[in-house]
Design a protein around this ligand. Structure first.
Ligand code: NIG
Ligand code: FE
Length: 389
């Protein structure tokens, strides 16, 4: 076992505080990591001896970001679709088929290399845990392949066979649902921790509330935890369904009714509302009022949704700056939502907080304070701290 003493920490954000000091900020603190866990944390002057030392030179140290919603397993490019959208064409999920075709056409090594590059890109911006969904295969073999590749990079793999109805099933949606909830789920479940569904009745490509219910119940029966893409393109049943079925997270939450907010508030210990402001930014959609959600007592998380259609960005710092400038969060609330909040959406307590016994997943900022994550938008100040070098 190698122990590593980290010194020179300017501001330590533990995310282990309460109330006004939810970030649990400490100064004059050092930290010892051993076997990838935090073994000691306390006043620098009392730090124990360790095998190695890393001095971070007065920089701020925060929990590595937990990006709890991404679609990294894809090939192809949809830059033209983005340009068309910026010229006024609305997003309805129809472009997903383009990515499905390109992904199916790419061999395992090629697809794996694309995921590796995207995970490295996220890590270079401070992300230390990333949830990865399937959903661009939509055959039994291609969905299993996506999850297998994802499992080389994360333990948070999500089966999203119910992303859209693929073109070959356009005339028979029920047959596709039979496949997703039958043989595809059976083959995918051993490689997944979660099941997700794109519940969006306003999109002809996505799934209605009743269809989504069928998918989620089958997933639960197969032992998977539940996540929902809900209320992204318009008002809909996704939030209520997620709460009713005890999903860990309902993601997007762009269009919420008062009843949706009330349901999320009542379910605060079970269901997290995961906000994805990069999507609103890249689709020119209205932002949900995150400050209102917090005011109502809703548990919130922030994630990128990195995908080729609605938000091709792996940057959690950018998401934090958007959440502050466009969704009404304070910098402290946004950093908490991107770490401890998103960890909660994955039902994890070993990440997202810097406490003894938690994983030593650390991000270092080229800045004196976490405040700079929102204050310096677009500037690459965050990176995951590599304890191995
Ligand atoms: O989270 N909404 C569904 N899925 C993705 C977009 C996928 C795509 O357009 O390729 C999302 O926004
Ligand atoms: Fe998504």
């Amino acid at each position: 076992m190698t122990s590593i003493l980290i010194t020179g920490i300017g501001e330590l954000v533990t995310c282990d505080g309460t109330g006004e000091d939810q970030l649990g900020i400490r100064s004059g603190t050092a930290l010892v990591a051993a076997d990838d866990l935090i073994a000691w944390l306390g006043p620098a002057a009392q730090a124990p001896a360790a095998d190695r030392r890393i001095d971070v030179g007065g920089r701020a140290l925060i929990p590595g970001f937990v990006d709890s919603h991404s679609h990294l397993v894809f090939a192809g490019d949809r830059g033209q679709e983005f340009a068309a959208r910026m010229a006024g064409r609305p997003y309805d999920g129809g472009g997903i088929g383009t990515t499905v075709a390109a992904t199916r056409d790419t061999d395992d090594a090629g697809l794996s290399a694309l995921v590796a590059a995207r995970v490295a890109e996220a890590r270079a911006q401070g992300t230390t845990t990333i949830e990865i969904k399937s959903g661009y295969g939509l055959t039994v073999a291609d969905e299993v392949r996506a999850l297998r590749i994802a499992s080389d990079f994360t333990s948070e793999m999500t089966f999203l066979g119910a992303h859209v109805v693929p073109a070959e099933f356009a005339a028979d949606r029920d047959a596709y649902l039979d496949l997703v909830t039958g043989p595809m789920l059976a083959a995918a479940a051993p490689y997944a921790r979660w099941i997700d569904v794109f519940c969006e009745p306003s999109s002809p490509h996505a799934f209605s509330g009743e269809e989504a219910r069928r998918v989620l119940l089958a997933g639960a029966e197969a032992g998977l935890g539940l996540r929902v893409h809900g209320n992204q393109l318009g008002p809909g049943p996704g939030v209520q369904l997620a709460v009713e079925l005890g999903a860990a997270s309902v993601d997007h939450c762009t269009h919420l009714s008062n009843a949706d907010v009330d349901a999320l508030s009542a379910a605060r210990d079970t269901t997290v509302a995961t906000l994805l402001p990069g999507v609103e930014f890249c689709t020119r959609s209205p932002y949900p009022d995150a400050a209102r959600l917090l005011g109502a007592g809703v548990s919130i998380a922030l994630a990128t949704d990195c995908n080729p259609g609605t938000c091709y960005s792996s940057s959690m710092p950018w998401v934090i700056s958007l959440a502050v400038t466009a969704m009404g969060l304070t910098p402290a609330q946004a950093v908490y939502a991107a770490t401890a909040g998103s960890a909660a959406s994955l039902r994890r307590t070993d990440i997202g907080r810097l406490v003894v016994g938690a994983r030593a997943d650390l991000a270092v900022l080229d800045a004196p304070s976490y405040l700079h994550l929102a204050y310096r938008p677009g500037v690459p100040i965050a990176r995951a701290l590599d304890l191995d070098s």
